[in-house]
Design a protein around this ligand. Structure first.
Ligand code: DSN
Length: 472
C-alpha cells in the first residue's frame, strides 16, 4: 500500500461529498476530530480499521439481496454472494462455528433472528409447520388463532437488566419481554456475581424454552459450560449473546468454559464492539438451527446491507490475524488496570473489579446519580455512559452506575500506565462533583472540568487516532 493511501482515500471521499452537501462533509470531518480529542470509554464502542470503513462506501449499497446464498429473491447477486460467503467463512473459522449468518443489521436484529429460529425449531405445532411451507393457505382462522396463542406463550429466562443483562433478554419494556413469558435471574447481592444455583433453581421451576446468557454491563466471565448443563437439565435451548465480548472470544482470552461457541445451541453478536468491525450483527449456530437462521431475511430482517457484509468480511479477516489476540488480551489488562486504579483511589466497583473489558462504577459512593456523573465526566472530556447497578434505587433512566470499557482506548494504543492516569482523571471529576437539586443536576467547577479536559488531551496526544489519515 502506498504511504498516503489512507489520507488520499478519505480526503477524496470528502471532496466528492462536499461538492454535493458540504455540511455532511464537515460533519464527517468534525466527527473524526471529536473522536480524536475525547477519552472514549464507552464499553460498546471501538475504532474500526480504515479498510473496514472504506469497504462500506461503495456500490454494494445499491444492491437488493433478500434471501441468502443460493436462495435469493433478486437476480444479479453474484458479487453479494462473494462477500457474504467470505464474511461467513471468516466468522466460522474465527469462532470455530459450524454455521454463520452475517446479515443482521445490529445485535437486536441478530437476537430477533435467533428467537424466531428457536421458536420455529422448538414449538410443536402442526399449524406452525404448515405456516412455514406452501401449505400456508390451508390454515383456517382457528389454526392461526391457535398458532398465535402457542407462539405468544413461550418462556424465556435471561439475565435481568440491572444485573447487566441486555434489553432483549426479556426486559419488560422491550419486545422480548412482551412476546415471551419471561423471567430473569439476577446476581448474588453480596458478591455481584452470577449465582449458578439460583439460575438452576429458576430454570427448574420455570422450565424456559430459551435460556439466555450474555450481558452488556456485567464485569465478569460467565461459565457457559454450567449454563448449558442447566439448559439441558430443563430441556431449554441455550442462547448466548456475546455482543460485548466477541472480541475476547475471537482473541482467545475467553476459552474453555468461558467460550460460548462450543456450549451454546446458538450465539449472537454485534460486530462493532470489542470485535472492532463495522456496525452490525451476526448469528452462529450448529446445523440444526442453520436453515431457520438463514431465513432471517425476509422473515425477520429487511434487505441485507451488502456493503456492511463486505466490511464484516474485512474486519473478520483482521480478527484472524495473530495481532488480534494480543489486542484482546491488552483490552483485559487495561480494564483491570483501570479497575485497580479506581479501587486504590476509593471508588466502589460492582463485583469489586473486572475480568473482561468493562468496569461498572457504583457512583452512589460519590453521592451522585449515574446521570449526574455521566454529564460531569462529559464536561471534562471523558465519554462514558450511565448504567443501572444491581437493585438500582435510581432505575434504568437516572441509574447509580457509570459503565466504562477499554476496547477503544486499547485500539488507540493506550496501556496500563495510561489507564492509571485515566482512573485519576475519573476519580478527580467524580469526587469534585456535587449533586444538584434534581437527579439530573450537578455542580462542577468549570475550571476543574477545563483542567481535566486538558489532561485528557495531553494523555491522548501520544496515541494519535488514525495516524495515517490526514484530512488536511
Ligand atoms: N447499546 C449497546 C451497549 O451499549 O451495550 C447494547 O445494545
Amino acid at each position: 500500500m502506498s504511504p498516503n493511501a489512507e489520507s488520499t482515500a478519505f480526503r477524496s471521499a470528502l471532496e466528492v461529498i462536499r461538492a454535493v452537501e458540504p455540511r455532511v462533509a464537515d460533519a464527517i470531518g468534525a466527527e473524526l476530530a471529536d473522536q480524536r480529542e475525547s477519552l472514549k470509554l464507552i464499553a460498546s464502542e471501538n475504532y474500526a480499521s480504515p479498510a473496514t470503513l472504506l469497504a462500506m462506501g461503495n456500490w454494494f449499497s445499491d444492491k437488493y439481496a433478500e434471501g441468502t446464498i443460493g436462495r435469493r429473491f433478486y437476480a444479479g447477486c453474484q458479487n453479494v454472494d462473494t462477500v457474504e460467503a467470505l464474511a461467513a467463512e471468516h466468522a466460522k473459522e474465527l469462532f470455530g462455528a459450524a454455521h454463520a449468518y452475517v446479515q443482521p443489521h445490529s445485535g437486536i436484529d441478530a437476537n430477533l433472528v435467533a428467537f424466531w429460529a428457536i421458536l420455529a425449531d422448538r414449538v410443536e405445532s402442526p399449524a406452525l409447520k404448515k405456516a412455514q411451507v406452501r401449505q400456508v393457505n390451508e390454515l383456517t382462522e382457528a389454526d392461526w388463532f391457535a398458532l398465535r396463542r402457542e407462539l405468544g406463550n413461550q418462556r424465556m429466562l435471561g439475565m435481568s437488566l440491572d444485573a447487566g443483562g441486555h434489553l432483549t433478554h426479556g426486559f419488560r419494556p422491550n419486545i422480548s419481554g412482551k412476546m415471551f413469558d419471561q423471567r430473569s435471574y439476577g446476581t448474588d447481592p453480596a458478591t455481584g456475581l452470577v449465582d449458578y444455583d439460583q439460575v438452576r433453581a429458576a430454570a427448574r421451576e420455570f422450565k424456559p424454552l430459551i435460556l439466555v446468557a450474555g450481558y452488556s454491563a456485567y464485569p465478569r466471565k460467565v461459565n457457559f459450560r454450567i449454563m448449558r448443563e442447566i439448559a439441558d437439565e430443563v430441556g431449554a435451548t441455550f442462547m448466548v449473546d456475546m455482543a460485548h465480548f466477541a472480541g475476547l472470544v475471537a482473541g482467545k482470552v475467553f476459552t474453555g468454559d468461558f467460550d460460548p461457541v462450543p456450549h451454546a445451541h446458538i450465539v449472537t453478536t454485534t460486530t462493532h464492539k470489542s470485535l472492532r468491525g463495522p456496525r452490525g450483527g451476526m448469528v452462529l449456530c450448529g446445523p440444526e438451527l442453520a436453515d431457520q437462521v438463514d431465513r432471517g431475511c425476509p422473515m425477520v430482517l429487511g434487505g441485507p446491507l451488502p456493503h456492511v457484509m463486505a466490511a464484516k468480511a474485512v474486519a473478520l479477516a483482521e480478527a484472524r490475524r495473530p495481532d488480534f489476540a494480543d489486542y484482546a488480551s491488552r483490552i483485559v489488562d487495561n480494564a483491570q488496570a483501570l479497575a485497580d486504579g479506581l479501587l486504590r483511589r476509593g471508588a466502589k466497583l460492582v463485583t469489586g473489579g473486572t475480568d473482561n473489558h468493562l468496569v461498572l462504577i457504583d457512583v452512589s459512593g460519590y453521592g451522585l446519580t449515574g446521570r449526574q456523573a455521566e454529564q460531569a465526566l462529559l464536561d471534562s472530556g471523558i465519554v462514558t455512559n450511565r448504567n443501572a447497578v444491581p437493585q438500582d434505587p435510581n432505575g434504568a433512566w437516572y441509574t447509580s452506575g457509570i459503565r466504562i470499557g477499554t476496547p477503544a482506548l486499547t485500539t488507540r494504543g493506550l496501556g496500563t500506565a495510561e489507564m492509571d492516569a485515566t482512573a485519576e482523571l475519573i476519580h478527580t471529576v467524580l469526587s469534585q462533583t456535587r449533586p444538584g437539586e434534581s437527579k439530573a443536576k450537578y455542580v462542577l467547577d468549570p475550571a476543574l472540568a477545563d483542567q481535566v479536559n486538558k489532561q485528557a488531551s495531553d494523555l491522548l496526544a501520544g496515541f494519535p487516532l488514525y495516524p495515517a489519515v490526514d484530512l488536511g
